[in-house]
Design a protein around this ligand. Structure first.
Ligand code: GLA
Length: 742
């Protein structure tokens, strides 16, 4: 059992292979956060949390004579508000008589084998079959005056160094309670001096690494866009000031949620740092009738003392094995051609089948028909919501195309944007009240589209029926599920006035429900997530969609930063990545087809360009690239991934490595981003190899020990001395190391 409870000390100890997490129930029933870090053998760390009278930090009534004890200075697991802890709180409410006070005290606990699940929300699942060692701790807190109960859930994945957390909040009284904030978790670090690492961005430049020293007062990163957003990912790292890619303490917190979110850090007057994470309280309030319960989304936490690469590795493993549906774990990925950057809206059946022919001749095995096949959609101003085929463009419907594509031995996939509607659509004309808009106010438009009210059952039923009809009309094995604007005008025509603050969350629950329903109805279907590129790249979506389109920016040089930023939390096998045209359509930058391919091969590989316009030489390269991708498929899908030179290193190149889990092979890729005259040779140290084994570079008799490659390092002399270095502006290469003594 990974969870123990010492009755005498009232101490819970959650232990994983390398980490330990302690919670102490103190004398007045507060769940004190006593410790999170490397394993320390169960020593009661709450002893280290001595308190003193600090002045202006008041005392709970029952310890008014013991002035040292204050909620304001106590590290805690979950906090109410308005009762003496002046830091950011996890739970804020308006309760009986309008009281905003909430003072949560221990009422009991339960320890059980296996990992809890959540209803209606994604969660980290126990691996089926051989399985993980998982346990659950449930601590019940109550406030008998506010008549509220909070159950804190902890799921311990012993072998994976992961602990999940969430909170279930229930009205145990007889009067309505309004939750104004209902975070998933709170944690305090009394002695650490920490940096906050988070991933900000914008459309076409998602998940940029930013590291900030946490000073006094609050830093808040989040989204109010109704989606997890391009702008701030629901994932943060707290790291020691000296932590690097390869050593030092790092704590990760990833919210498994696709809507408005917020992570708040606050360093208080005693230099203790608090993190509160959960649904963003902006535009949020939730009514709890007597007996009703609110479930906060889950947070995936991990800790390592081995730096950011290891932290990422922990996330990659848990996402691959426990977040993504197990049925996708060991399937080979299809190399796809997507027609978006090849044709945009300008296509018909003939053009698409020509693209299929060209793709087939190169060895591509899936064709994805993107935006523009439905309604009257010939540009991005009309048709969203009308999920029936535009027979003028595609006579005979999708079946004609799917059958022809299948005849060539390829699969067929299709684009949808279910949660959206255009004003100029049959759907909107029939149901204007299905779009989010305040009464009497014109809604904000973005890409000239509105957002459907996913909290409504009739909207979800319409989407389920119309999408199912299309999916049933032809052999469609893959769906790209898009979401092309931020949400505003959070107002539902169906919800009562006092429940409008629930819309943001009900919207997300509605999307999850629709995804779940469609996947159950079409069990062979694979859905790729997308939101104007990577605007909804989060663990919530990954629960349903094993891969997500990483960015609308397909320029490989820009992608290096985007994919590297994404890799801190998410494994490469989840990142949609395509080879597109040169010059690139977003940046106008020209790059060699092999550089484009090396970058795209570190994701779910595919092509997105007009194949009829490229040279025979490039076509031959594409054939080789596809062979390479298939050869390395398992290694890049399930192998361990390392960033060999850190974010913003200023090295002038980016280098990364995949190592197979049995350490028998490694694939190292490098792209030089700043070519210089008389340049230094790029140099890196490999990671994850077996020290004592001999590795050779495939196709040569050059041999090294694993130790030599990891501690002595590797120099890309061959690249620098090759003709390519002088031919390409962004020279790149892959080196495949193979273990010899096996
Ligand atoms: C979004 C997607 C693109 C493409 C377009 C179609 O921007 O990210 O890949 O599907 O929509 O409108």
């Amino acid at each position: 059992m990974a969870i123990t409870y010492d009755e005498a000390k009232r101490l819970f100890c959650l232990t994983t292979r390398n980490t330990e997490y302690q919670i102490k129930i103190n004398d007045i029933g507060i769940p004190v956060h006593a410790y999170y870090g490397r394993r320390i053998g169960g020593s009661d760390m709450s002893r280290q949390l001595a308190q003193a009278d600090r002045g202006f930090s008041g005392n709970p009534y029952e310890c008014r004579l013991d002035r040292g004890l204050s909620l304001d200075t106590m590290p805690q697991e979950y906090t109410g508000a308005n009762v003496g802890d002046m830091r950011v709180s996890a739970l804020e409410l308006s309760g009986i008589g309008g009281s905003m006070s909430c003072d949560l005290r221990y009422a009991g606990h339960d320890i059980r084998h296996g990992k809890y699940t959540l209803k209606g929300l994604p969660y980290v699942r126990e691996k089926s079959g051989a399985g993980d060692k998982t346990d659950t701790l449930e601590i019940t807190l109550t406030d008998t005056i506010a008549q509220i109960e909070v159950r804190l859930l902890y799921g311990v994945f012993e072998d994976k160094d992961v602990i999940t957390r969430t909170a279930l909040i229930r009205n145990t009284g007889t009067e309505k309670i309004v939750l104004n904030k209902a975070a998933s978790m709170c944690i305090d670090f009394p002695y650490a001096d920490l940096d906050l690492i988070h991933f900000h961005g914008r459309h076409c430049m998602e998940r940029q690494f930013e590291r900030t020293a946490i000073g006094h007062d609050c830093i808040s990163v989040g989204s109010r866009r109704g989606m997890s957003s391009h702008h701030n990912n629901p994932f943060v790292i707290l790291a020691d000031r000296n932590t690097t890619e390869n050593c030092g303490d790092a704590y990760g917190f990833m919210l498994m949620y696709s809507g408005n979110h917020r992570a708040e850090t606050e360093k208080d007057f005693l230099d203790s740092t608090r993190l509160v994470m959960g649904i963003n309280d902006a535009n949020f309030c939730w009514h709890l009738e007597p007996g009703e319960e609110f479930t906060a989304p889950e947070v995936i936490m991990t800790y390592t003392r081995e730096g950011l690469n290891r932290l990422s590795g922990n996330y990659h493993r848990i996402i691959r094995e426990n977040v993504i549906d197990g049925k996708y774990f060991d399937i080979k990925r299809s190399v796809l051609i997507n027609n978006w950057e090849a044709t945009y809206f300008d296509f018909n059946t003939e053009k698409i089948l020509r693209l299929a022919d060209e793709a087939h001749a190169l060895g591509i095995d899936m064709l994805v028909l993107d935006d523009g096949w439905f309604g009257k959609r010939n540009d991005d101003n009309t048709g969203l919501g009308d999920w029936f085929v535009n027979e003028e463009k595609l006579p005979g419907g999708l079946k004609v195309i799917a059958d022809e594509v299948n005849k060539r031995g390829m699969k067929f996939g299709l684009w949808f944007e279910p949660e959206m509607v255009n004003e100029d659509s049959e759907l909107y004309r029939a149901h204007p009240d299905w779009a989010l808009a305040d009464p009497g106010r014109k809604p904000m438009l973005s890409r000239n589209q509105m957002v459907l009210d996913m909290s409504r059952e009739d909207v979800r039923d319409y989407l389920f029926d119309s999408i199912s009809r299309v999916l049933g009309s032809a052999n469609i094995e893959y769906v790209k599920w898009d979401f092309n604007r931020s949400v505003a005008n959070f107002f539902s025509h169906k919800l009562p006035a006092e429940r409008q603050g629930e819309l943001g969350h009900r919207f997300v629950l509605g999307t999850y429900e629709l995804l779940d329903r469609l996947l159950k109805a079409f069990p062979k279907l694979m859905i790729e997530g997308c939101a104007g590129g990577g605007g909804r790249f989060d663990a919530g979506m990954l629960f349903y969609c094993p891969q997500i389109w990483t960015s609308d920016n397909t320029d490989p040089i820009a992608r290096l930063k985007i994919q590297s930023g994404t890799s801190y939390g998410y494994p490469p096998c989840t990142m949609g990545a395509h080879v597109s045209a040169s010059p690139n359509h977003q940046t106008r930058r020209g790059t060699d087809i092999n550089t484009r391919s090396i970058v795209a091969q570190s994701g779910t590989f595919g092509y997105e360009l007009d194949l009829s316009s490229i040279s025979d030489e490039d076509k031959n390269e594409i054939r080789k690239q596809i062979d390479d991708f298939r050869k390395y498929d398992k290694l890049t899908r399930n192998g361990d991934y390392y960033r060999l030179n850190g974010s913003g290193s200023g090295d002038g190149f980016t280098c990364w490595e995949f190592v197979s889990t049995d350490r028998n092979e490694a694939l190292v890729s490098i792209v030089v981003t700043d070519t210089e005259a008389n340049a230094k040779f790029p140099y890196v140290r490999l990671r994850g190899l077996d020290e004592d084994s001999i590795y050779s570079i495939e196709g040569t008799d050059t041999e090294f020990t694993g130790a030599a490659l990891m501690y002595g390092g590797f120099v890309f002399g061959e690249l620098m001395l090759s003709d390519r270095y002088y031919k390409d502006e962004y020279p790149s290469m892959q080196v495949h190391f193979v273990r010899k003594d096996i």
